[in-house]
Design a protein around this ligand. Sequence first.
Ligand code: ARG
Length: 457
Amino acid sequence: MWGGRFSEGPDAIMEEINASIDFDKKLYSQDITGSKAHVAMLAHQGIVSNDDAKAITDGLDKIQDEIEHGEFTFSRALEDIHMNVESRLADLLGPSAGRLHTARSRNDQVATDFRLWVRDTMDTLDLQLAELQMVFVEKAAEHAGVVMPGFTHLQSAQPVTFGHHMLAYVEMLGRDRGRVRDARKRMNESPLGCAALAGTSFPIDRHMTAEALGFDRPTANSLDGVSDRDFALEALSAASICAMHLSRFAEELVIWSSAQFRFVKLSDKFSTGSSIMPQKRNPDAAELVRAKVGRIIGALNALLIVMKGLPLTYSKDMQEDKEQAFDALQNLSLCIAAMTGMVKDLEPNKKELKKAAGSGYSTATDLADWLVRNLDMPFRNAHHVTGSLVAMASERNIELHRLTLEDMQSVEPTITEDVFTVLSVDKSVRSRVSYGGTAPQNVRKQAKRWLKVLEKD
Ligand code: ARG
């Protein structure tokens, strides 16, 4: 494609380090769509003839067909997807194929193709995340009143409801989707027509190609258009945060499904056995979701580091943007799908959850609140009294509600029998009715609200 100035071909190692076709062939359909939009615009502007444009468009359609039927031979010598397609077009049409590259460079071409891919992938992720939110909401509604331990420091803190815990993830995923959509809005500008870096002297219409490719507008500065990759960085950072959320739940599933916790049962479909230990049901899918966040954040780091020292405009360094982004965003998609399957089949073990909810003096705060409400004690004093009662129960190795009224009165003489009404875990969660609190009635309301939001999406 540039033979004019060269007398020797590339070294084999040069070809190996330089070629991107092994991974950027993934962009074939974006590349062909972009080329078709470009040539239609060139014809519309009278820069190429209608006949040439028609022949080029038909040729591109044929190439797409060949690729999709596995009849296309990709060549490393042709470096990347852009030159592979163009070279095949030249086989098909002869020299007139060369008119396609008028007023265009691979720099704006690759920026356009990659943006289209990232944008469309973000749309898919958004849909997938909505589906995942839906299965969490359904679980929440189904188990709104199921009591479980709430933790801080992974120590029993206060009883909460299983539904409330599910809805916590619906909120996180809602913000993840906000970030995905927000990034998509910002990235939806067309670099096509920036040409190599400075724009072109041909009378092109960048608004026309932008519109044809579903972009909101062309990028306003050609130097920026060819050399910015912050659209990919934003996508990867939204992906990293989302993957981190998935990883937290994955970690909970690993803990919860262990024989020591027995809080939930993961379905067979998302567990594996051991080749030696017959009793095993391992949460492999959850573990892999937990692990994959590593490569996703890694991709964000890698691209930030590639970009941070590059002077404007294009440098070949930027070819390193694709592999990592492809890998990260595809793996996120896989994680969301796996998580959706796991949540759909997830069975909480109500008996174990309730038992665990009551252990670890989880209703101590309810006892302190009772002292505040009924004895008009300042909360700090109530905290102290309750602490002494917990110490007493702990010494005897019994639960709080197993202390007698006399035991209680030995610490605080004005405590009455009524105190025992707040020591049950059910009472505890039912009383947490403050906005955003864990009470089953709140959970039901929030689940309904989310159902409406998701149905409208
Ligand atoms: N394969 C290249 C990339 O992915 C395409 C752009 C090449 N442009 C150039 N001036 N060498 O970045």
